[in-house]
Design a protein around this ligand. Sequence first.
Ligand code: BJW
Length: 239
Amino acid sequence: MAPPNVFILTGAGISAESGLSTFRDKDGLWSRYKIEDVASIEGYGRDPQRVLDFYNLRGGAHGDVQPNAGHIALARLEQHWKMRGAVVTVCTQNIDNLHERAGSRRVIHMHGELAKVRCHNCGNVTPRDGDLSINLACAACGQIGGMRPHVVWFGETPLGMDAVYEALAASKLFVSIGTSGSVYPAGGFVRAAREADVATMEINLEPSENADAFDARRYGKASEVLPVWVDEMIGSVGR
Ligand code: BJW
């Protein structure tokens, strides 16, 4: 039997066991910072250095972490499926690079990447090289003060959306992993999948805000549930 194309959406929960904070859990980032101060275009306009400090701090934390068994299982699924002619797309809301470091190759970063910086004036994107400050100049346009993390804040357009909806429509299964489903457009993917007759499954520590919208659900730690689920998927079509 040919394996199905799979579209996977991941959120902060998959990286939690690697040591990166989620946003909305009890001790998550939003219990320590105000969203509107550090993750909105208005907050950046009011106090850009405060926003840069928030991302500089997170950049330091990202340097020390490793992919966990959940990331590794998804990369294994992509590699197995590829040999059988099927496509596994990982669309992540996370700005870390743990999927790539685990071996996933088809990764869409819809909320950007912390390893890159962008000039807010001309849009030029370059690799991040150390901490950001409001005194940095853009190598492309020369403007000082507009170098920001290459991430998507509230009120900004998520990245790669054409590729996202194309991959979702070409899939037979949509799996949402480690996300509260409270941020759009990602929170609406489950409904888009259902409308396109794509089967849906949620894998999360606990039921998300959208839990009722899924056809199937598995609850537990991503590092424990994903290796088992991937084994089942691979076993279901034969090795
Ligand atoms: C585990 C686990 C373990 C823990 N194992 N699981 C009114 C209605 C509807 C929409 C809107 C509205 N008003 C405004 C909007 C739109 C707005 C929005 O959604 N607002 C909501 C607050 C309502 N969205 C936007 O503005 C977006 N842009 C947009 O819509 O543009 C228009 C457009 C759309 C489409 C095409 C073209 C144009 C932009 C959203 C930007 C989000 N940015 C952030 C910060 C930047 C990146 C960063 O700093 O890292 O992205 S906010 C933050 O939330 C971050 C995350 O990617 C995102 C999602 O969070 P996530 O990943 O779900 O984390 P948590 O903490 O919420 O959940 C973790 C889950 O893991 C929990 O469920 C745990 O149980 C679980 N878990 N440990 C498994 N071990």
